[in-house]
Design a protein around this ligand. Sequence first.
Ligand code: ADP
Ligand code: MG
Length: 253
Amino acid sequence: MASLVIKDLHASIGDKPIVKGLSLTINSGEVHAIMGPNGTGKSTLAKVIAGHPDYTVTGGDVLLDGKSVLEQEADERARAGLFLAFQYPSEIPGVSIANFLRAAVQARMAEGEEIDAAAYYKRLYARMDMLKIDRKFTSRSVNEGFSGGEKKRCEILQMAILEPKFALMDETDSGLDIDALRIVSEGVNTLRGPGLGVLMITHYQRLLNYIVPDFVHVLYDGRIVKSGDKSLALELEAKGYDWVKRELAAANA
Ligand code: ADP
Ligand code: MG
């Protein structure tokens, strides 16, 4: 079983601390949801774990299967089994999804090892069938002119092909329409299983009606201030975040 342990993590952008002592353990097979008001550091957390170069870790650690990933570049972390789904994925005109995914798989292989084209396509088509994705889809250029739903379909297919140990999914503010929401949920629910841990970041409770999390955490001012099961998400939906803020203020008084 794999584990992703975030230990008293502190991270800044420039001189501005954003993540301020955050601890969280995710085991494979678990789906954790992180919720919280805008601007509290949810996206920053995902990017710091994935190794985004704009952020500086000033304290704490991130351990994948007991080994710190902080000295690793983003691509090494990806090879080690971390997958970050982008909130705003880039367009890559002229590069088909099939070739893009093939390059991604190749990049994960040891130096000198060559991808077997027949085996790759067999695997790609098997994953596409599993996710009910039309074969025509992979001849299109990556994200070029895609609808929100198509971008999500491309993202889920990447995840299915790369088989990460942990997927970090930042869906906040992405304004997922119903179509996109359904694609993400069906995809995650299909891929969900003992070999995959998921960190699902969302501002809205709605997504969690479709992807039922094992744990829910509230992020506020760079820390996890409350954790619970799926009922916490419903409580937040009903009462908003002010309730959590008041509880914190009372605890600190
Ligand atoms: P959330 O995803 O919870 O809405 P973010 O992690 O995006 O929050 O942002 C947390 C804080 O960090 C915000 O105050 C935001 O303005 C700031 N921030 C995020 N990215 C940058 C950046 N690249 N440069 C400067 N400030 C940033
Ligand atoms: Mg965000």
